[in-house]
Design a protein around this ligand. Structure first.
Ligand SMILES: CCCCCCC/C=C/C(=O)SCCNC(=O)CCNC(=O)[C@H](O)C(C)(C)COP(=O)(O)OP(=O)(O)OC[C@H]1O[C@@H](n2cnc3c(N)ncnc32)[C@H](O)[C@@H]1OP(=O)(O)O
Ligand SMILES: NC(=O)C1=CN([C@@H]2O[C@H](COP(=O)(O)OP(=O)(O)OC[C@H]3O[C@@H](n4cnc5c(N)ncnc54)[C@H](OP(=O)(O)O)[C@@H]3O)[C@@H](O)[C@H]2O)C=CC1
Length: 267
């Protein structure tokens, strides 16, 4: 379904990290369907190339680059590559990330650092490099971070990831203040459960075979999220309709984070 006009983001250039798979792939596709030129970035070259070919066949102007967001020199290559390919950067989606579930008392320092490094440091490196380019351009920009719905509630088994995402939240609030004068807006999204291959792999060994059904039972709207719904939300945050929004965190989880609530009459 095409919600937004195909010209909404015409002449806009977007970078989506982790854009070769899952949520990032759908976000990049939706931005492209609204007219943006897209650069998808991740570590696995062959995955990125496959996604790029798919997009190009659909008429989306796409380039792909293999980089690790944890390595500042490679992050700079991403920005240089984007400017070299499309002349500028207007939109950034910080989607790359993830974690492995582990009881906190069993987490090693290396395990903790690995997740903090990827989700917090990596996100900062990309954000800083892209914002410097946006400041140089003088045309503003829209940055969106993909975090998690349970940011403020906690999630036993992934303390490292919740800590890192809260770090990104704090970073976002501060950068929204610092960069407002450049008209660079920065917002965050907290997705609930969206079924992707990456999510299934990550949860498969730890959360048990019924994880998706169990979570779904607690979702008032009764289902998992559709990837397209995240694509639309990012498109909204990246377009002129959201020009007065910055520093905000939007949860999209079918009401899951409301909990069960208090019931005063039988339903
Ligand atoms: C109600 C709503 C419900 C929503 C639920 C869903 C919420 C979230 C879903 C998702 O996030 S979906 C995304 C799915 N994809 C991923 O999570 C993959 C991301 N993972 C990675 O990219 C990497 O594994 C990593 C986390 C960045 C680590 O990579 P790195 O190369 O740095 O690790 P290593 O050098 O191999 O190891 C460092 C250290 O970490 C320990 N470790 C790494 N992976 C695991 C693991 N799978 N299990 C246990 N431990 C792991 C590793 O052992 C090392 O520690 P030491 O052994 O040296 O002490
Ligand atoms: N699915 C869900 O229910 C939820 C997901 N999220 C978050 O949404 C994001 C996307 O998840 P999802 O699509 O489900 O899972 P994926 O595993 O498909 O997405 C993770 C993406 O990030 C890329 N990536 C990870 N680390 C790096 C790195 N160091 N440098 C460059 N790219 C990297 C991966 O590519 P590669 O491995 O090739 O580098 C991959 O494309 C993640 O941040 C996840 O934590 C949040 C809440 C819920």
């Amino acid at each position: 379904m095409q919600i937004f006009s195909e010209n909404l983001l015409a002449n806009q250039v977007a970078i989506v990290t982790g854009g070769g798979t899952g949520i990032g792939k759908q976000i990049a596709k939706t931005l492209g369907e609204s007219g943006a030129k897209v650069v998808i970035a991740g570590r696995r070259k062959e995955v990125l190339e496959e996604t790029r070919n798919e997009f190009v066949k659909e008429g989306i102007e796409t380039h792909a680059i293999s980089i690790d967001i944890r390595v500042p020199e490679q992050v700079q290559q991403l920005v240089d590559f984007t400017v070299g390919s499309f002349g500028k950067v207007d939109i950034l989606v910080n989607n790359a990330g993830g974690q492995f579930p582990k009881k906190s008392e069993e987490l090693t320092p290396n395990g903790w650092n690995a997740v903090i490094h990827n989700n917090l440091n990596g996100t900062f490196y990309v954000t800083q490099a892209v914002a410097k380019q946006m400041i140089k351009q003088g045309t503003g920009g829209a940055i969106t971070n993909i975090l998690v719905s349970f940011l403020h509630r906690g999630a036993p088994g992934i303390a490292h990831s919740v800590a890192a995402r809260n770090g990104v939240y704090g970073m976002m609030r501060t950068l929204a203040l610092e960069w407002a004068k450049y008209n660079i807006r920065i917002n965050s999204i907290g997705p609930g459960l969206f079924v992707t291959e990456g999510m299934k792999e990550e949860m498969a060994s730890s959360a048990g075979p019924h994880f998706i059904e169990q979570v779904t039972q607690d979702v008032p709207l009764g289902r998992t999220g559709r990837l397209q719904e995240l694509g639309w939300l990012v498109t909204y945050l990246s377009c002129p309709a959201a020009e007065y929004m910055t520093g905000e965190f939007i949860v999209i989880d079918g009401g899951n984070s409301l909990g069960r609530g208090l019931t005063f009459v039988p339903y």
